[in-house]
Design a protein around this ligand. Structure first.
Ligand SMILES: [Cu+2]
Length: 174
């Protein structure tokens, strides 16, 4: 009886082992995904840029953490001048493409939010907004390359020479 009960116990033990290891794997998976979510949240995959009647973005430099899947930029306009005089947008491009994108954006006109939709150099952009308005845009972080310097600008009438900033992709968590 002893050997029989022994051989009977073996599979039970291995089933227990399997159940335990699969449970441990699940716990690990949950733990890792929570950890990743925490790190991603700490990394802040979004930023709000303020703008007003001065031709500026605050802040004017953005670091996009490489562990973010998507990155969201929200532009808020707290100025007082009427939209015809002082509208803004946020347009992302490579630094080397800034002048070209500024030109096509200007030519596109306000109805097109001052962005030429056929211009492949535009990586992402918000809508053109007036005072009191907000516009957000999300883009895939995979479209950015480490080591590349990106620029963002406002393509509304005459703003681009002054109203601009820089953006980089980095491994830091901000
Ligand atoms: Cu502007």
């Amino acid at each position: 009886m002893q050997p029989l009960s022994h051989t009977h116990r073996q599979p039970q033990r291995s089933t227990f082992k399997q159940t335990f290891s699969s449970l441990a794997a699940r716990v690990c998976a949950v733990f890792l995904s929570l950890l990743f979510a925490c790190v991603a949240r700490a990394a802040d995959c979004a930023i709000t840029l303020q703008t007003d009647d001065a031709l500026r973005f605050v802040p004017s430099h953005i670091v996009v953490p490489s562990l973010c899947k998507d990155f969201t930029v929200t532009l808020t306009h707290t100025g007082h001048l009427p939209p015809l005089a002082m509208s803004h947008n946020w347009v992302l491009t490579k630094k080397s493409d800034l002048d070209g994108v500024a030109r096509t954006g200007m030519a596109a006109g306000a109805a097109a939010h001052h962005v030429d939709q056929t211009d492949k150099r535009v990586i992402a952009h918000t809508k053109l907004i007036g005072t009191g308005e907000t516009s957000s845009v999300s883009f895939a972080v995979s479209t950015l390359t480490k080591g590349e310097t990106y620029a963002f600008l406002c393509t509304f009438a005459g703003h681009s020479p002054i109203m601009r900033g820089t953006l980089v992709l980095a491994d830091v968590s901000r």
